[in-house]
Design a protein around this ligand. Sequence first.
Ligand code: ADP
Length: 688
Amino acid sequence: MSQRPASSVRASGPAASTLAPAISNWIDSSAARHYVTLIASTAFIGLAHVLGARIDWRVYAVMGSWVVANALMTRWAARPVDYARRLGRYGWTIVIDVLFLGVTYVMLDAAQYLGIAFFAHMMLIATATLPRPRAIAVAALIVGVYMVVVVLPVAGLVHVASPIGLPPVTGNRLFVVAGIAGALWTVLLLMHLQTRFVNSMRDAERRYVTLVESASDMVMTFDQGGHFLDVNPATIEQTGYTWEEIKRLPNTAFFPPADWPAIMGAFARTKAGASVELEVRYVRKDGAERWVHTSAFPLTVDGKAATVVIARDVTDAHRRHDELREKDERLNIVLRALKAGFITFDRDVRVTSVFGDWARAQETKGVRLIGADLHALFGGDAPGGVLERHADACRRVLAGEEASVSWAYPTDEGERSFRSHLVPLRDAEDVIVGGVALWVDETALAVAERERRQLQQRVADAERIESLGKLVSGVAHELNNPLAAILNFTEDLLADTRTPEERLALEVIQAQALRSRTIVRDLLTYARRDVARPQTPAAPGPILHSLARAMQRGFATQGVNFTVELRDADTAVPLDRTGFEQVVTNLLTNAGQAAGTGGSVRLSSRARDGWFEVIVEDNGAGIPPDVAARMFEPFFTTKPTGHGVGLGLSVSAGIVQAHGGSITAQNRPAEAGGGARFVLRLPLPAEA
Ligand code: ADP
């Protein structure tokens, strides 16, 4: 028995939409059954003969011809593929059967006793398989043949003795009337009942077939081994395969390998009796992969377990989903470039959509934003007031206003500044259905604004310092001459013999005058800092020695222990001598002040890696970080009024830079005695 799917019968197109499958199958299987019936009947007759029944030899001749006729007829009837022609030929086999049955009855003289039974059986088959007009014709033929079978012996035209010795019916006219009326009634009644039964079955089947065949979803039946048993036209159409191809197709070729595990799992579950839904891909004949949403159910086909799969092509939905995601992605990229994000919310201030980096970060953290209370988004760590201001802005937006909120948020990379703009969202009828909050990261803007203000401040400072410089330069210039006079006369007075008190007083005058001269000189240097001063190669050794000698006295007065250790000091270095002296004097003065009474200061030098280094160290308190950051600024001082104007390091740095060198400062480690260490570096000439 070959399994022909509904679709193959209908493959010629929807015009052939007569109900076919069940009858078609039945016709196929009935041929085999008919053989068995015929041979069994012949054998039964033979057995009866052996057991003593009187069987006319012509009965065997008729039965033999019937078997042969049946063999030829069924082969002939099964040949056409077209269902209507097939059915027509099958109708003829029934007609032939009725005629043979009639002849057999006459030969057996059994009509009067077996009555209409076998004919009724024929009629039932005809009604179940043939269209109504043909079934009626067969019924008429049956009644006609039966009449002949009954009338012939009653009229005495045929004399066949009953095989089991029953009395003959010859001359019994009442039997003719009753037999024929009974037969007619039986045929009509059975026909009527059968038609009703068959019709309701046909309707049900037609409904099912129409449903499956006209379904836009693919409907496929698989056997336990995963082979196709049956598919509907949608499957043929969508997969691009013909039924013959798909029948032979292993399902491993139908599904891409990546989806096999899921499909095997689903198969196993349906085999166990569950219905399973799955989203998988299959490969079309042209090689294209399509997504299908499948529902699989267990089913029994011809007594064997099978699986029905209904598959809906969702490739387009998938694509639309992907496109939508791509669009979202693009929007996210734009928002990221703008350092912005936005949220839409409904009238209950619940989030309906959200875009931007922040939203993504939340999603990856597993926070569900859609549907969340907008206010709750700020979480517990919202800086003060942000929540309230946003809540207020939302209220105003839902009342139809626009609102704007500036806020800052602490992040791992420091505080970030944001501005939110909130506007109402209206539907087609202009009813407010919620709002949109667009936020922009304004951190860079805020930083730029801060820097702008600082710059403005610095320009103002510079202008102020500039005019101050001019003024100071004038004053300093005027002070130089009186200071020179004071120093000269003090020196003269000290050259004479003096009482200790007088000498002390004169030394204080001299020290203070020297200090004043340093300040005046720094002020002048600062005021004239743009004027380039000539540099000539000179050995720094002698300069440093005479400077150290000059400073020695001051340090001694201050009670500061001063040591000098010069190395490589005879290398000629291009120097602006006055400037160089000024820098070293400043560094030594600062060191002396930092070391204080009982402290010590060390001056050393060395040539290293193309640099001539002068190092000034003290064991004072060192430089606090906030001072270190600013000590090279002009007029920055931590010393009380009258002790420093804050120009020393600034002026020194300027002079050293003019030499192409640098000054660096660092604190000495505590184990080395603490304090500060200033290194002045001047470039050595290339040949040195
Ligand atoms: P002034 O000496 O007039 O204060 P400077 O420009 O020479 O101006 O120094 C600026 C500041 O740098 C000082 O006020 C002091 O705070 C700090 N400083 C300079 N040298 C030292 C040092 N050797 N140890 C500690 N602090 C120092």
